[in-house]
Design a protein around this ligand. Structure first.
Ligand code: ATP
Ligand code: MG
Length: 362
């Protein structure tokens, strides 16, 4: 079943005015029921706008928006089976934490004993049991954020929209809450649409991720898909780290292309779409998939000069220059490659693990 769907969606702020701005451009997206779905992209790309349209807090300019099969394009927020945790957590200032969380349940006419039981459970979940009687303005940003989360979860909506709900938490608590939120989503079967600009958070929590840039949908897929098979330079660069190389197609043979990359020989990559001989393309290779050897040792690839070495604890990062292009390599500590250590000024042989080179669109 599909929980939420937008078709041909666009959003223009100040439409018709001199400051008209198109925040979302021709969006098509389907989110499955029971899915932990993440909207990921840099600041200003349109994540909050899309979430507010789904929640009914912002009108769409063109297209349709459906929730559990019902066209909700013209429905007010309270008529949608949806709860929202806003980026700016809006708690009722005059109510205690307990009453804030109970509010939605009371509105639904939940019996008092059941309400109290659920509130207690939510308080425990977000580690706020000791704060039940406090007022929001006596708490830190992270504490308020956790209460906002508990309040939205308590009535168990069919669809929960979460706009950067962990952003005010410190790293340790954020990591812990990631796991708990994910477990809670599994347990309750509530569909989560989760907004973040933190790619690590997105990879760790999501069933699928939509990557957005400048109001346009770039790619939708599982975390593994998005990381292993980025389709564009933007996605390769935004999700994790990537080496992006300029290349020219020299031959196409079945599902494989031979590529000319300055400073390298014998570069080949599988291709998922038609490419023409002579065409300019970009290649993406993850830093952990570079192979470094002492100069002269034969690896299919090229010769590079080490320009910097940075100790990262679990790995060593090398910056290399090969054929006028800059590359980053991560060599794990202790592994086979960890036995080698290079210093700036060294010349090394550099190659790529089989299957690690991806052709991406520019
Ligand atoms: N009410 C508004 N009027 C005009 N422009 C707006 C309005 N709200 C948002 N925008 C613009 O639309 C674009 C998308 O904004 P949005 O809040 O959706 O971004 P975001 O991806 O949530 O960013 P962030 O990660 O910083 O929260 C931005 O360029 C923003 O300036
Ligand atoms: Mg936002």
């Amino acid at each position: 079943m599909i929980a939420a769907e937008v078709r041909g969606l666009s959003k223009v702020y100040n439409a018709g005015g001199s400051r008209a701005f198109e925040a979302l451009k021709n969006f098509d997206l389907s989110i499955n029921a029971n899915e932990f779905f993440t909207l990921l992209g840099p600041s200003g790309c349109g994540k909050t706008t899309l979430l507010r349209i789904l929640g009914g807090f912002e009108a769409l300019t063109e297209g349709t928006c459906t929730i559990f099969g019902q066209d909700v394009s013209r429905l007010p927020p309270e008529a949608r089976p949806v709860n929202t945790v806003f980026q700016q957590y809006a708690l009722f200032p005059h109510m205690s934490v307990r009453r804030n969380i109970a509010f939605g349940l009371e509105m639904l006419g939940t019996p008092r004993a059941e309400t109290e039981r659920r509130v207690d459970r939510m308080l425990a979940l977000v580690h706020m049991s000791d704060y039940a009687d406090r007022k929001p303005d006596t708490m830190s940003g992270g504490q308020r954020q956790r209460v906002a989360l508990a309040r939205a979860l308590a009535p168990q909506p069919k669809l929960l929209l979460l706009d950067e709900p962990l952003s005010a938490l410190d790293l340790k608590l954020r990591q812990k809450m990631r796991l708990e939120l994910k477990a809670l989503q599994r347990e309750t079967g509530i569909t989560f649409i989760f907004v973040t600009h933190d790619q690590e958070e997105a990879l760790a929590m999501s069933d699928r991720i939509a990557v957005i840039d400048k109001g346009r949908l770039q790619q939708v897929g599982t975390p593994e898909d998005i990381y292993e098979n980025p389709e564009s330079r933007f996605v390769a660069d935004f999700i994790g780290e990537s080496n992006l190389l300029d290349a020219r197609v020299s031959a196409v043979n079945g599902g494989e292309a031979a590529l000319i990359v300055e400073g390298f020989a014998d570069i080949r990559a599988p291709i998922g779409r038609p490419l023409a001989v002579g065409q300019l393309v970009s290649l993406s290779v993850r830093p952990e998939r570079l192979i470094l050897r002492e100069a002269g040792q034969d690896v299919p690839g090229g010769i590079a000069r080490v320009v910097a070495r940075t100790y990262l604890g679990n790995a060593v990062e090398y910056h290399l220059v090969a054929g006028g292009q800059t590359l980053t390599a991560h060599a794990p500590r202790g592994g086979l490659r960890g036995l080698l250590d290079f210093v700036p000024g060294d010349t090394v042989s550099v190659g790529f693990e089989p299957g690690s080179i991806k052709v991406v669109s520019s």
